[in-house]
Design a protein around this ligand. Structure first.
Ligand SMILES: NC(=O)c1ccc[n+]([C@@H]2O[C@H](COP(=O)([O-])OP(=O)(O)OC[C@H]3O[C@@H](n4cnc5c(N)ncnc54)[C@H](OP(=O)(O)O)[C@@H]3O)[C@@H](O)[C@H]2O)c1
Length: 329
């Protein structure tokens, strides 16, 4: 089957400016952490990518270690780029990252210049690309001087191997220092990728203010709390779900009575709004203009279609917000 992207692909998506940069990102972006690895079914993730692109999703997020096995999501993405998306590279924002364990020895982890530069070279080979649009340092490194890690990002951008630099999982104070270094080097940070959802709200304690002040975009990952903020676990752990899979990062023990109870109550509010819980959880993040895009995962095209409908209503009344807060307390 030859894939021909829909001519209407830019009709229904919302695009938001990423901080104070020239780049706009789709309000919903697609992450390839789960479901695109060597253990997964290519025909399924091929359909997901087609639906995403046809729906105006221009941003695809990867990392060196996505799989399993590590690296296989980038390889698979590279195969599909070549097969289906030739001629569309300039319509895509592709990101990768390095920061977690990738290969043996002292140079395959954390935040040295040696690791970041070698890892991006490997990622580019796996994806068959000359450059990525965004390259992230995946997590702060307590031992490597921040100057070295940031100068590695600056170097990579100057070499043309990435167009923009980003950081992920950096707490507010560390992020602020990183932004200042990058600014001084002449490669302003484009974007921060933190974990943020109704169930994970640490960014509200200072990071969002720093991002706004410094003109850096924000792309929350796991906005559905890996599926906990959907109707999936309301009545137990279904077969084939992330919590049931041996390769999934959501552990059975994280599907707690408390979370399920909260999800049930949130689900009632979502129904009153005419949304699914997944749609409401994404809309709840997008109500804040500082959020550039929500970075979702999906195991099936139907889920993606469902999640995308969040864009139909991203405003909340004061009463709805207060009710949600009472549930989350
Ligand atoms: N920077 C970092 O450190 C970091 C860490 C984690 C993730 N990320 C990025 O963030 C992306 C998203 O993370 P995530 O996959 O955890 O995000 P998520 O959107 O919170 O969770 C995705 C999972 O939720 C379920 N789901 C999605 N839509 C649904 C719907 N409409 N109805 C019912 N269930 C639905 C699916 O679970 P089932 O598989 O059970 O069907 C899906 O696999 C990753 O791919 C990656 O790019 C970054």
């Amino acid at each position: 089957m030859t894939y021909l992207p829909s001519k209407d692909r830019y009709k229904n998506m919302i695009y938001r400016r990423c901080g104070r940069s020239g780049i706009k990102l789709p309000a919903v972006s697609l992450g390839l952490w789960h479901n695109f690895g060597g253990v997964d079914v290519m025909e399924n993730f091929r359909k997901i990518l087609h639906l995403a692109f046809d729906s105006g999703i221009t941003h695809f997020d990867l990392a060196n270690n996505y799989g399993p096995p590590p690296g296989s999501a980038e390889e698979n993405f590279g195969i599909l780029l070549k097969k289906d998306f030739q001629g569309y590279r300039d319509e895509m924002i592709i990101s990768s990252k390095a920061g977690y364990t990738m290969w043996d020895g002292p140079y395959g982890d954390w935040g040295s210049k040696k690791y970041l530069v070698s890892s991006l070279d490997q990622s580019l080979k796996r994806m068959g690309l000359d450059y990525v649009d965004i390259f992230y340092h995946h997590r702060p490194d307590p031992e490597t001087p921040l100057e070295e890690t940031m100068s590695a990002l600056d170097l990579i951008v100057r070499q043309g191997k990435a167009l923009y630099a980003g950081v992920s999982n950096y707490p507010a104070d560390e992020a602020e220092k990183a932004f200042a270094i990058l600014k001084r080097l002449g490669t302003p940070c484009l974007i921060h990728q933190p974990k943020y959802s109704m169930f994970e709200r640490w960014v509200e304690g200072g990071l969002l203010d720093v991002l706004e002040k410094d003109g850096v975009g924000c792309i929350p990952f796991s906005p559905l709390a890996q599926g906990l903020l959907t109707n999936k676990y309301l009545h137990g752990i279904p077969e084939g779900s992330r919590a049931a899979k041996s390769t999934g990062f959501l552990q059975e023990g994280q599907v707690t009575e408390q979370r399920v109870n909260q999800a049930r109550q949130l689900n009632d509010i979502a129904s009153e709004r005419g949304q699914t819980l997944a749609q409401m959880a994404l809309a709840w993040l997008l109500k804040d203009q500082r959020i550039t895009s929500v970075l979702i995962g999906t195991s099936r095209p139907e889920q993606l279609a469902d999640s995308l409908k969040c864009l139909d209503n991203i405003t909340f009344s004061k009463e709805e917000l207060a009710k949600i807060e009472r549930i989350l307390k």
